[in-house]
Design a protein around this ligand. Structure first.
Ligand code: G3H
Ligand code: 13P
Ligand code: NA
Ligand code: ZN
Length: 328
């Protein structure tokens, strides 16, 4: 059944676990997530980004998620809109049937420029007002995602302009977070602790100076009843990087957020953990390997099947590590 995010996160808080939230763009990702959830009996949060809407089209995404609900009626599913950049976009998603939306007012409508507190609180409050009137949950964000090593917001290719964000923007201030929750009434709060989107998060295995798990504890101490959200939480598995590079890929050395650091965050109020890149890496690695080892194969279902299986195994591993297995 389609459920609101608030229902699942309240349950996660009561029983002390975290829920991975996976981005979906296509059938194979959707099926991988549902097969994993079915296998380990976990609730599902799937989310669609602006990029996903551009790739698949909003109606296809919507029906993909509704198809999952139809095929797996015993599994609760949240249909979440990831990183909405304006109240209008969130309203459109609610009209399409999303049960949860993110109003990311930490950045402007271009999705790039940092905003001030008043703007963020105002647009987020606006969304909370109309979303709650429809039973839809709202995630807000305070602080800007980005690397404490470089100040970059996160890059597709590992190269980009440096020094875009300063240190104070990259770490959520606990007092400001408390004020924001009070001013907006959000159901869940995304925080900045040094993670960024994509595969190029850290140039070395992260230590506390570049991945601020301690900051989660300070925010949780100030906001013990708020569901915290970690974005940019892919672990960037070294084994999948090695497979990609063995079979024709060229991904430079890079590190993600270790699963055990996420598990530490879950002990301090993190309830939603956003993961996209890990499924992309597993999918690409599995396809590269399959096509290299089966050069005469040309039925896409063959390589899409190994892609689906690889993604499913990552999803199972995250459900188990975060304590969500058995909670559906
Ligand atoms: O928000 C970041 C997610 O990884 C979505 O990425 O915008 O390329 O779909 P995307
Ligand atoms: P990753 O790029 O680390 O998978 O993060 C995804 C995300 O935060 C989507 O909102
Ligand atoms: Na989100
Ligand atoms: Zn994100």
């Amino acid at each position: 059944a389609l459920v609101s995010m608030r229902q699942l996160l309240d349950h996660a808080a009561e029983f002390g676990y975290g829920l991975p939230a996976f981005n979906v763009n296509n059938l194979e990702q959707m099926r991988a997530i549902m097969e994993a959830a079915d296998k380990v009996d976990a609730p599902v949060i799937v989310q669609a980004s602006a990029g996903a809407r551009k790739y698949a089209g909003a109606p296809f995404l919507r029906h993909l998620i509704l198809a999952a609900v139809e095929e797996f009626p015993h599994i609760p599913v949240v249909m979440h809109q990831d990183h909405g950049t304006s109240p209008d976009i969130c309203q459109r998603s609610i009209q399409l049937g999303f049960s949860s939306v993110m109003m990311d007012g930490s950045l402007g409508e271009d999705g790039k420029t940092p905003t001030d507190y008043e703007y963020n609180a105002r647009v987020t409050r606006t969304v909370v007002n109309f979303a709650h009137a429809c039973g839809v949950s709202v995630e807000g964000e305070i602080g800007c995602l980005g690397s404490l090593e470089t100040g970059m917001a996160g890059e597709e290719d590992g190269v980009g302009a440096e020094g875009v964000l300063d240190h104070s923007q990259l770490l959520t201030d606990p007092e400001e977070a408390a004020q924001f929750v009070k001013d907006t009434g959000v159901d869940a709060l995304a925080i900045a602790i040094g993670t960024s989107h994509g595969a190029y998060k850290f140039s070395r295995p992260p230590t506390g100076d570049i991945l601020a798990i301690e900051r989660i504890k300070e925010i949780h101490a100030r906001l013990p009843n708020t569901h915290l959200v970690m974005h940019g939480s892919s672990s960037v598995p070294q084994e999948w990087l090695a497979i990609i590079n063995e079979f024709g890929g060229a991904i430079p050395e890079t590190y993600g957020v270790p699963v055990e650091e996420i598990v530490e965050g879950i002990k301090y109020g993190v309830r939603k953990v956003n993961i996209d890149t890990d499924l992309r890496l597993a999918s690409t690695g599995a396809i590269r390997r399959f096509l290299a080892q089966n050069p005469s194969e040309f039925d896409p279902r063959k390589f899409l099947k190994v892609s689906t299986d690889a993604m499913r195994d990552i999803v199972i591993a995250r459900y188990e590590a975060f304590g969500a297995a058995g909670q559906a």
